[in-house]
Ligand binder design. Structure first.
Ligand SMILES: Nc1ncnc2c1ncn2[C@@H]1O[C@H](COP(=O)(O)OP(=O)(O)OP(=O)(O)O)[C@@H](O)[C@H]1O
Ligand SMILES: [Mg+2]
Length: 256
């Protein structure tokens, strides 16, 4: 079972989707770089045994804006686990990169006390089906309350609007879950990752459309206190069991 830190006033951003390769680590590292560049020292917590985010941090030059890394996937003796996972006191933003497959208990623990949950989705029908399943689990298993408006999708590696992508849009629309950014398929993400950089730290003329989308995500994330405050006026799907059950059926019977 995973353990995540409990800390007052922490902006805890969770990036998850059990589908491998959808862009979780890419999103975690690019967002961390963005927060670092604007002057705060964010923390990234890597729960994935592959350790991609920690490896990215190791490649990052020491003179770049600082990011605090926590290798949560490394097992230590239980007595020292909370010490291992501690977030420095002055940290205001924590980004969590999650592993490719997590059970229901871990899903609940990862998302507990989160301010925002981002689900990156690739535009293939298999990926879209997996993402729909993941969203259904977030609403029904992790009991993410839609009134908190903390859940959003990031479409990743898009080339063109496919039929399955349109289906995903309709599905999310019916749930009131926003797609807050659309990242294009670009070698800029691959090259920056190789150097321990975020696209926002690459030469601006080459990365403008990519940085614009990452900044859109940061603006949405920054808005979390307002989202939470406004949320009481919206209708919650998971407070209406009939709707929640229909959602699960649609995912199970492949109509999404
Ligand atoms: N928008 C993009 N354009 C081009 N390549 C991308 C893009 N997003 C991610 N990639 C590449 O796709 C691969 C998988 O991305 P990433 O490692 O971020 O996925 P992940 O969800 O963290 O995977 P895993 O589930 O294995 O942890 C990486 O090589 C990454 O550089
Ligand atoms: Mg990863």
């Amino acid at each position: 079972m995973l353990i995540t830190p409990r800390q007052e006033n922490l902006n805890k951003i969770v990036i998850l989707n059990p589908k491998g390769g959808c862009g979780k680590s890419t999103l975690a590292t690019n967002l961390a770089a963005c927060y670092a560049v604007r002057g705060e020292t964010p923390a990234v917590m890597d729960y994935d045994p592959q350790g991609s985010t920690m490896a990215w941090l190791d490649r990052r030059a020491a003179d770049l804006p600082a990011i605090h890394g926590i290798a949560a996937f490394k097992k230590t003796m239980q007595a020292t686990r909370s010490w291992q996972l501690r977030v420095p006191n002055n940290t205001s933003t924590l980004l969590i990169d999650s592993p490719a497959s997590i059970d229901h208990d871990d899903l609940r623990e990862l998302t507990r006390d989160s301010t925002s949950i981002l689900v990156p989705v690739l535009p293939s029908s298999m990926d879209i089906h997996a993402a729909s399943r993941c969203i259904a689990d977030l609403l029904l298993v992790a009991k993410v309350d839609r009134r908190d408006r903390k859940l959003a999708v990031v479409a990743n590696r898009t080339r063109k609007r496919t039929k399955s992508f349109a289906k995903l849009m309709r599905f999310l629309d019916s749930l009131g879950i926003p797609i807050i950014a659309v990242l294009r398929d670009s070698q800029n993400f691959v090259r920056s990752a190789e150097q321990g950089l975020g696209v926002c730290e690459m030469p601006p003329s080459k990365v403008k459309p990519d940085v614009e989308q990452i900044e859109r995500i940061v603006r949405w994330l920054d808005d979390w206190p307002d989202r939470k405050r406004d949320s009481t006026s919206t209708t919650a799907v998971n407070k209406r069991p009939g709707v929640a059950r229909t959602l699960l059926n649609r995912v199970q019977f492949g109509s999404v």
